[in-house]
Design a protein around this ligand. Structure first.
Ligand SMILES: [Zn+2]
Ligand SMILES: [Zn+2]
Length: 343
């Protein structure tokens, strides 16, 4: 099969084309696995973190990609859940042990044996991939393959972040940063929890305007103060200054949820501005979001389909995966990046 592979960690500023085309043997499914012919695979910021070593692959070469949609073409002998031809999605969670305290309580995203798709097992930047059948999802009919791909990561983890805010029917939610995950959160909150007021912080005026069009009640620069203190803020930025600013915007007892797999070190000195009385006193909380559980993925796909959420996507052929990564990194081209691998 054709694949784009990563053979080593590198800096994208020095190596703008980190992935190489390769021919790999077709994978074969184990007894509990399905073999998928990949139609599309979304391109995610986490791939940049993998390439630059902030969350490096556990071995090389590695086929990246964890927002995969395809058709089942073969299955192991003990797989009951799927049939050949079924359309399935695969997300960041590739496998968890199933019996630890985390797996038993539905927090399999915290499992010590958690494996990530496209980091610890080959992912979707390839014509085929194998995944345990228990870690694949039926994609709701309303969604096209390319529309479903970004929902599998940015959407699912956005949904998990929202769940971790603890907000129920009403409240004031802040979104710090307004990339693909933030805009999906705003859409599904508007559709399913209209009693929640959403405030959006972004340094980009076009993103702020977009947020208002989607129903944000207030938008502003990252250091700007909204007219009210917020119950919860979800931070999706890769840096530290927004963390400090977010804490200042929280009400007493408010919670900051950091949705980032790793933070960059470039502005780490911003943390020295953390002023305990202003930023943390009065029982303010900080919580990170780690990975996704299967519940997050499946519930979010259904929520998105019923709310009519259709991400705006930009397609690239598989052999232009490096270009897609560059466009994602520069932030200059709009829309979620998706590799089109077969029809
Ligand atoms: Zn992702
Ligand atoms: Zn476990």
């Amino acid at each position: 099969m054709r694949a784009m592979i990563l053979t080593k960690v590198c800096r994208l500023s020095e190596q703008p084309n980190p992935l190489e085309p390769a021919e790999l043997p077709d994978p074969t499914p184990g007894p509990k696995d399905i073999l998928i012919r990949v139609t599309v695979c979304g391109v995610c910021h986490t791939e940049l973190d993998e390439i630059e070593g902030r969350t490096p692959p556990s071995r090389f070469p590695m086929v990246l990609g964890h927002q995969v949609v395809g058709r089942v073409v073969a299955r192991g002998e003990s797989v009951e859940r799927f049939r050949e031809g079924d359309r399935v999605g695969v997300a960041w969670i590739y496998r968890a042990c199933g019996h630890c305290v985390y797996c038993q309580s539905g927090n399999e995203n915290l499992c010590p044996q958690f494996l990530a798709t496209g980091r610890d097992a080959h992912g979707g930047y390839a014509e085929m991939m194998v995944v345990p059948a228990d870690f694949a999802y039926i994609v709701p009919q309303q969604l096209e393959d390319a529309e479903a791909a970004p929902l599998l990561c940015a959407g699912a983890i956005g949904y998990r972040s929202f769940r971790l805010t603890g907000l129920q029917e009403t409240g004031r939610l802040g979104l710090m940063g307004f990339g693909s995950s933030g805009h999906l959160v705003l859409k599904f909150v508007r559709a399913h929890w209209p009693g929640i007021e959403v405030h959006v912080f972004s340094r980009n005026p076009a993103e702020r305007e977009f947020a208002r069009e989607l129903g944000a009640i207030w938008t502003g620069e990252i250091a700007e103060s909204p007219p009210v203190l917020l119950d919860a803020i979800i931070d999706t930025t890769p840096v530290w200054r927004p963390v400090v600013e977010s804490l200042r915007h929280l009400r007493p007892g408010g919670r900051l949820v950091i949705n980032a797999i790793r933070k960059e070190d470039a502005d780490k000195q911003a943390l020295l501005d953390l002023h305990y009385p202003e930023h943390l006193w009065m029982e303010k909380e900080i919580k990170s979001v780690a990975n996704v559980s299967r519940r997050d993925v499946q519930e979010f796909l259904e929520l998105a389909a019923s709310a009519g959420i259709r991400p705006q996507v930009r397609e690239y052929p598989l052999d232009q995966a490096n270009q897609a990564l560059q466009d994602l990194r520069s932030g200059r081209t709009p829309g979620a990046k998706v590799l089109r691998i077969s029809d």
